[in-house]
Ligand binder design. Structure first.
Ligand code: SAM
Length: 387
């Protein structure tokens, strides 16, 4: 018998409104094993659709299809073909990009990133974990990669009761892959680098920021120097800061590789460093703030907002009049309006006038599904300090 899960009327309404998730509190009855693809039953036993079932997560169901449409290997194949085809239409000027962005591609809890001839996959639910052999087979058939790595060491897997594991699913995957983003070359470590190796979601924001960047630049939370390197060619000097020794070594190596001697690297805590620069009365023409997600959950939002306010206030004080601040938040628990409000408060406290030059988001290969607000996580404002 096909496994099934019966859900409440509230869950049905949520699905009708375009969301893909059903929470534990809306589940009425379960006839399924963890990781099964199940039929979701609504009022009077009507089939609402097919979904991935998890017995551990607060997100019990992730919808794959509506009504009676089967969620079989053919559906996964169609969705993968569509996701890959969409990236081709984007004409991305890079050899690394996101091919599958989970809910944004109607493939909930699956991430697939391309790094040249290799793929890096993340499985973020019991259902996708069960289907990994099928998904791997489809990716080999569609893309013929030299290797596929599962970066299944994302912390969110713990919520699904899944272990932390990095393993090769197909072929061979080296410790370092060289990729190109526009004119910049990076050495990426797919095994141990942050996320799947690069912050691919900022690719288009780096290009946008380069249009405004000039003079003295401060790139805060630099990771492997993504913004610093993209901005450097139009700037006199760039200081890139990160707290991680490994990241700092990567920035230095990437700057040398791309022949960008104007990039200086500093291993430091940005919160301390901004204070130190204020005391020194250092001033900059361009500042980038791209911190990690300060609000990993709802409970941490107040502390996160105070963190965002602090760094934006100090950056605005360090910015010369006429200078540009590129400021980002990748916390989906802090929405665009709230982030905008925090920046406004920072500008008020800094006693400066600020224009919003651009409001941006994650790169287009990380699409936002309108019914799932959680899929819009990265905000990037480009601001001009007037006075
Ligand atoms: C979102 S990533 C930055 C991505 C990068 N801007 C890019 O375009 O690839 C955040 C970075 O902040 C660093 N980080 C976290 N907390 C920090 C702190 N307090 N001070 C400095 N760096 C920090 C992490 O090591 C990580 O590399």
């Amino acid at each position: 018998m096909q496994p099934s899960v019966a859900v409440s009327g509230r869950a049905e309404e949520r699905i009708q409104a375009g969301h893909l998730w059903i929470y534990k509190s809306d589940v009425l009855d379960v006839e399924a094993d963890p990781g099964d693809t199940v039929t979701v039953l609504g009022a009077r036993g009507r089939a609402i659709g097919q979904a991935l079932y998890s017995d551990r997560s607060q997100i019990t169901l992730r919808l794959l299809s509506h009504g009676a449409e089967p969620a079989d290997a053919a559906l996964w194949r169609r969705r993968l073909v569509s996701a890959i085809g969409f990236r081709e239409t984007l004409k991305i000027d890079a050899s690394a990009c996101r091919l599958v962005h989970a809910e944004g591609d109607l493939l909930p809890s699956l991430i697939v990133d391309r790094y040249g001839d290799y793929l890096v996959v993340q499985s973020l639910s019991q259902g996708v974990e069960r289907l990994l052999p099928t998904i791997t087979g489809l990716l080999v058939e569609l893309l013929a990669p030299r290797g596929i790595l599962a970066r299944n060491d994302a912390k969110v897997r713990a919520l699904e009761g899944l272990d932390q594991r990095v393993e090769v699913l197909h072929g061979e995957v080296p410790a370092s892959i060289t990729v190109r983003e526009g004119p910049i070359e990076y050495d990426v470590d797919p095994w141990k680098g942050q996320k799947t190796g690069l912050f691919l979601d900022q690719r288009e924001n780096r290009v946008a920021a380069a249009q405004y960047a000039r003079g003295r630049v401060l790139d805060c939370f630099s990771y492997n120097g993504g913004f610093a390197m993209r901005l450097a060619s139009s700037c006199d000097e760039v200081t890139a800061i990160d707290i991680s020794a490994d990241a700092v070594a990567r920035i230095a190596a990437n700057a040398a590789r791309n022949r960008l001697p104007q990039i200086q690297v500093r291993e430091a805590n940005v919160f301390d460093e901004l204070r130190r620069l204020e005391r020194e009365a250092g001033r900059f023409d361009t500042i980038v703030l791209d911190p990690p997600a300060f609000a990993k959950n709802k409970a941490s939002v107040p502390k996160a907002l105070s963190g965002y306010r602090d760094i934006n206030l100090r950056a605005l004080r360090l910015l010369k009049p006429g200078g540009f601040l590129v400021t980002c938040s990748c916390s989906y628990n802090v929405d665009e309006a709230t982030f905008g409000q925090v920046i406004r408060e920072a500008a008020t406290d800094a006693l400066v006038h600020v224009d919003v030059v651009e409001k941006r988001m994650q790169a287009r290969d990380h699409p936002v599904l309108l019914g799932v607000p959680e899929s819009y996580y990265l905000k990037c404002f480009i601001l001009r300090r007037l006075s």
